[in-house]
Design a binder for this molecule. Structure first.
Ligand code: ADP
Length: 423
């Protein structure tokens, strides 16, 4: 095992793992820092991604969890490290990207790192330090309404500086475009000026490849999944890994499926609407009914049992309804109620024999995976950029289980049906 990745949420972890697999690295994802020795799958992998739930926890907890993951990855043999953050740089004013990055740097004795959430294939680009989502600045995008991490400033140097003790600077696009050597020189120049964290521009995959080559000497990268695209080739060049075309191979599985959506992101709203418009079965989870302790989960499961087509369960709603619910029930309380309900439905579905689940939402995926008692995932082929099918590593006597864990804002309107067809 060569590459150790610490991801700040579940879907972010599968996203970066998918990128590595696509480039030929055999990749395994572990859910949280394993308490015991590494599972056998870890020994056989080139890269291990530790999925944390550290994006929205208090900063001190996020730091402690990330350091624990780092130590575990080091003990398992990792030599290169990657702190995976969201491609929309989701964070609260208290962090957690800055505090975690600085703690990891200190632990690794690393004087400088780059920070680049760009993922051009998914429309996330960084120019002059400003993050764009498609054609819009981050702060004009749907992310400004995110339930937990509303992003209201697109200037990443400013956002990250507010979270860091050390200096944050910018590697501009014209410098990135000059190639790996120029990037290396510019990083050194910024270092001489005391810049420890360097936000890097990237508007396409070529920029990411140049950045990866120019930052190859840094033991830690802070990045979205895009930058991982260039990493396997670099590690192969160094002779650290042998790339494998079969890295994405999972077992063939035809078991029954279900879709669970707990994200209110714009893309998920469109996906739920698309599913319903196509006349497919859909069951709405009402947070108010949950708050009244009505038997929502039991009703949903008995409805599911009667469906001949793949059922969708969704709490997804528009920004106005979400704000109204949150004002009434509390942001965290409403979020937790919905997460617990969807996780309990997932448990019931698996108990009833369903073997393939598509889950929309980062926090939602975390809750579902935890409820299902899944600790390790093998990463398969991508359904769309950033979202692979995965297969739970289960005991040999247990039924197989495959999961597609989608970050809220990923995928086109037809993503749910597309993922079922891709399985
Ligand atoms: P994303 O990947 O889009 O950020 P997440 O699952 O990470 O999605 O976060 C969405 C949060 O919003 C979760 O905590 C979820 O439980 C909560 N949520 C979903 N639907 C509703 C709703 N109708 N009312 C209140 N909170 C909701």
């Amino acid at each position: 095992m060569i590459l150790g990745v610490m991801a700040d949420d579940f879907t972010g972890a599968t996203d970066v793992a998918s990128m590595l697999v696509r480039a030929g690295m055999r990749t395994v994802q572990v859910i949280g820092v394993p308490r015991d020795a590494a599972p056998a799958e870890v020994d056989q992998a080139d890269a291990v991604v530790v999925a944390l739930k550290s994006r929205t926890t208090p900063a001190a907890a996020a730091v402690a969890d990330s350091l624990a993951a780092l130590r575990w990855l080091q003990a398992a043999g990792a030599r290169q490290f990657y702190f995976k953050v969201c491609s929309t740089f989701d964070s609260t004013p208290a962090g957690n990207i800055g505090p975690v990055a600085e703690a990891l740097m200190a632990a690794l004795g690393c004087e400088q790192t780059i920070a680049c959430p760009a993922f051009p294939e998914n429309g996330r680009t960084v120019f002059r330090g400003h993050l764009f989502v498609g054609d819009e600045l981050l702060s004009d995008s749907g992310m400004r309404h995110h339930p937990l991490t509303p992003m209201t400033d697109a200037n990443l140097v400013r956002v990250l500086q507010a979270q860091c003790r050390q200096r944050v600077g910018l590697l501009r696009h014209d410098q990135v475009a000059e190639g790996a050597d120029a990037i290396g020189h510019q990083l050194a120049a910024l270092r001489a000026e005391g810049v420890a964290l360097v936000v890097a521009d990237a508007v396409d995959n070529q920029d990411l490849m140049r950045l990866a080559a120019g930052a190859a000497h840094l033991p830690l990268w802070v990045a979205g999944s895009g930058l991982a695209l260039g990493l396997p080739a670099l590690l192969a060049e160094r002779g650290w890994v042998r790339l494998d075309e079969q890295a994405a191979q999972l077992d063939r599985l035809d078991g029954a499926a279900a879709v669970l959506a707990g994200s209110c992101s714009v893309a998920t709203q469109a996906q739920v609407a698309h599913w319903i418009d196509a006349g497919r079965p859909a069951w709405r989870i009402d947070p108010t009914a949950l708050a009244r302790a009505e038997p929502v989960v039991a009703k949903a499961l008995s409805w599911a049992a009667q469906q001949s087509q793949v059922p969708l369960f969704y709490a997804t709603t528009d920004a106005a309804t979400l704000a109204e619910t949150q004002a009434r029930l509390g942001v965290a309380e409403a979020g937790a109620l919905v997460e617990q309900a969807l996780a309990a439905i997932a448990q019931g579905l698996v108990a009833a024999g369903r073997q393939r689940l598509v889950v929309a939402g980062g926090e939602t995926s975390g809750a579902v995976v935890q409820a299902l008692g899944v600790h390790t995932l093998r990463i398969g082929a991508a359904i769309c950029p950033g979202v692979p099918w995965t297969q739970a590593v289960t005991a040999p006597d247990r039924p197989l289980l495959q999961l597609a864990l989608k970050s809220g804002n990923f995928g086109g309107p037809g993503f749910f049906a597309q993922s079922l067809a891709a399985a």
